[in-house]
Design a binder for this molecule. Structure first.
Ligand code: HEM
Length: 511
């Protein structure tokens, strides 16, 4: 630990003298040099303000696979890959060898025994429950109703308020609140009402953000260092412990309220399926798939992961989407024309028009393409982590030993010239549209925002519905102007969120 600190201070001093010299000295033609004892930590420290871009650069220069060496005698090394053949092998054809395992749990132990944290038989069982919930006929009906209601009663009200006063607002914050309210209603049958004019404190979101930031640092730091921080209760580890307490408080409250509600409802009608369809109730009422009612801790873990998966992802994608279209007025115009051509609208408060039939959203091919393009460039989950459980060779020829940590560079894959052509950095929805005018279906090992193989995101389809309905209501009625001069960049977190949010002014398109 002292060695890391010493090296860090040494390079800081050198950095002040000459940053250019430092970059060239530490890296070898853009690839990290492997130094005695400290491995490639100098490159990591020098790029700690832009880890995603550095990983993308290294993977591009190394033909898609690179072995990062950490500090000697610590478990901080990993193999990074963005090679689609390796990705297919790890996530799909040989997924039983590449597990989440104890290394994953070190980062995400706060999610306990949830689907997201499990492997093998336990994972299969959780996944069946989740599938049964998402495919339940009542789910789609209830989601559409909740979404429509939240757009009309909260999103539009807040946008009307801020546009009328020409206020500057943080769009990322508004979208996260919108998604969290929907996640809570579909997850626990309770609306926390975070998206409203008063913008109340968002404890859950802060706790989630602190947890996911700490998870990032746990991966790159030697175990001894974060364990010491945790023991001393300082830095990111302190924030993480506080977040854990906050989660436990909030989720215990949700579960006991819902347990009480469902007991009362079962007593009075024998079944409450029609009235109160949500993820928590699905668990509590002992559905035939879920088996006997599981223990509270398992419900808490799955609920917490439901809230993360169902709101933390698409709200961030929408934020990047609005950032991208603010710089591409032609794209915005095409989306508006498509909305006008295909959607039936319903007029709500202040002559705002919102889609009245969500089935029509599937006709919005160009909007779908623009969202895929956003996910390619800014995937909300930028890295996927696995551990190899036996020694073998990857399709690229790299040998991986047992317990090698693997990072799949999802963010890097969207920026590989070899996969997307020379214009891979350009925002071009057209690349997703085939000659027949329909969406081109890319293989999930090339477009890996939802990953591939048996663990592919089960919420993919739902997330497009949520994104399209929300984006349409905003684009059709408002111009979103991004405030000039902001430093837009991602946070060091396992989610790809803007460090300081996206400050915008919203102007109504008509009165
Ligand atoms: C833009 C939106 C979304 C993206 C890009 C996305 C992406 C992903 C990715 C990359 C994973 C793999 C994570 C891992 O295991 O390491 C994942 C898993 C998962 N996602 Fe999504 N997701 C999105 C939205 C949703 C939504 C809306 C839901 C729920 C309705 C959902 C439910 C899940 C669940 C339950 C898992 C765990 C699957 C398993 O471990 O087998 N996701 N998602």
């Amino acid at each position: 630990m002292m060695a890391v600190l010493f090296v860090y201070l040494g390079f800081m001093v050198l950095g002040i003298i000459s940053p250019c010299f430092l970059y060239r000295f530490i890296d070898n033609n853009g690839l990290p040099r492997n130094w005695p004892f400290v491995g490639m930590i100098p490159t990591l420290l020098l790029n700690i303000h832009r880890p995603h871009d550095k990983v993308a650069q290294v993977l591009r220069r190394s033909n898609g696979t690179f072995f990062y060496r950490g500090l000697w005698f610590t478990n901080t090394s990993f193999l990074g890959t963005s090679d689609p053949e390796n990705v297919r092998y790890i996530l799909s054809s040989n997924s039983s060898v590449y597990l989440k395992g104890p290394e994953w749990l070190k980062q995400f132990d706060i999610f306990g025994e949830a689907l997201f944290n499990s492997d093998g038989e336990a994972w299969k069982c959780h996944r069946r429950v989740f599938h049964a919930f998402l495919n339940h006929p009542q789910f789609r009906k209830s989601l559409s109703m909740v979404l429509h209601q939240r757009i009309e009663e909260a999103l539009v009200k807040v946008l009307e308020y801020v546009s009328g006063r020409e206020m500057v607002v943080n769009l990322q914050d508004l979208l996260v609140r919108h998604a969290f309210d929907i996640g809570c209603i579909t997850g626990v049958g309770f609306n926390p009402g975070l998206l409203c004019i008063e913008l109340p404190e968002n404890r859950f979101q802060k706790a989630m953000s602190d947890t996911l930031e700490a998870a990032f640092y746990r991966y790159v730091m030697p175990d001894s260092l974060w364990k010491l921080q945790s023991w001393l209760q300082i830095g990111k580890e302190k924030k993480r412990s506080d977040a854990w307490k906050d989660f436990d408080d909030l989720l215990t409250q949700f579960i006991s309220t819902q347990r009480h509600k469902s007991n009362k409802s079962v007593e009075s009608s024998g079944s409450n399926e029609e009235n109160d369809f949500n993820f928590l109730n699905f668990f509590l009422t002992g559905h035939e798939i879920t088996g006997p009612t599981p223990k509270d801790s398992l419900i808490r873990d799955n609920l917490m992961q439901f809230l993360l998966a169902s709101d933390g992802t698409y709200s961030l994608t929408l934020t990047w989407f609005f950032y991208l279209i603010s710089k591409a007025p032609m794209v915005e115009n095409k989306i508006r024309e498509e909305i006008k051509r295909h959607l039936s609208m319903k007029e709500v408060e202040g002559s705002v028009q919102i889609p009245s039939n969500y089935d029509e959203l599937s006709k919005l091919t160009y909007l779908h393409a623009a969202l895929c393009e956003t996910l390619r460039l800014y995937p909300p989950i930028p890295f996927e982590f696995r551990t190899c459980t036996k020694q073998e060779y990857l399709p690229s020829g790299h040998r991986v030993d047992q317990n090698t940590r693997i990072i799949i560079g999802i963010h890097a894959m969207g920026r590989m010239e070899s996969l997307w052509g020379e214009d891979c950095y350009a925002f071009k929805p057209e690349r997703w549209i085939g000659e027949d005018g329909k969406i081109k279906r890319e293989s999930p090992t090339k477009f890996s925002a939802f990953i591939a193989g048996p663990r592919i995101c089960p919420g993919k389809e739902v997330s497009f519905l949520l994104m399209k309905a929300t984006a349409t209501a905003i684009i059709h009625n408002y111009n979103v102007h991004v405030v000039e001069g902001q430093n837009i960049g991602p946070k060091n977190s396992v989610l790809y969120q803007m460090k300081k949010g996206l400050m915008v002014r919203v102007k109504k398109r008509w009165s």
